[in-house]
Write a protein that binds this ligand. Sequence first.
Ligand code: ATP
Ligand code: MG
Length: 222
Amino acid sequence: MAVGANTPNNERSFERVGVFGGTFDPIHIGHLVVAEEARVSCALDRVIFIPAKKPPHKPGEPYASAGDRLEMVRLAIADNPYFCVSGMELERAGPSYTVDTLRAIREECLVRSLFFIMGADSLVHLKTWRDPHGIMQLARLIAVTRPDWDVDLAALDRELPGLAANTELLTTVRLEISSTDLRERVSEGRPIRYQVPDQVEAYIREHGLYIRTSQRSSAQAG
Ligand code: ATP
Ligand code: MG
């Protein structure tokens, strides 16, 4: 597995690994804060960012290409030695199912404890994902607070038994930043500075990403 350019010495053996999946279209400060909070709170040796090819739960294709999203993640995490990126979901045929990704990591790396990091909105929807029990058998969940998404673990556990015991709920600064809002901002000429790392903003500008997002959204809606 290409654990990523950020991984020193091509290590394949870790004690505690966090996997952070997402569309990262584009990656933003909210993602980085979540990953760092999870890393420190759960004493993770590595956090692997894994951009999804096409998330099954989102309509349409991602706005930026797989290559652009991977590169933006690379730029965003370059200065954090604990973070790395993997293109494994982008290289795999078909949609990205987290359960397959976690299984592949378990098969290909020696990981003692595997964690899957997610925002509160993702935890609330976990029951709709493919094989949530399989996910929980493969990894402990780390769910991090997100504005507008209050988590009632007991209620979620009734729908998905075992979830509460398998989840670390972390509180971090609530950053009301989303990729959806950032795409709209770029397409409308509003600022994104300080919401994404400078290198990511520069990449978006250089490659003309998200300029037509609102036209495409309205075309799709019609
Ligand atoms: P979009 O608006 O396109 O859905 P997003 O900002 O939600 O983008 P994703 O790539 O969908 O970003 O999210 C990847 C993961 O990061 C998800 O588990 C999501 O819950 C989490 N996440 C994203 N933004 C935040 C944030 N601001 N605070 C907490 N968690 C977040
Ligand atoms: Mg999202």
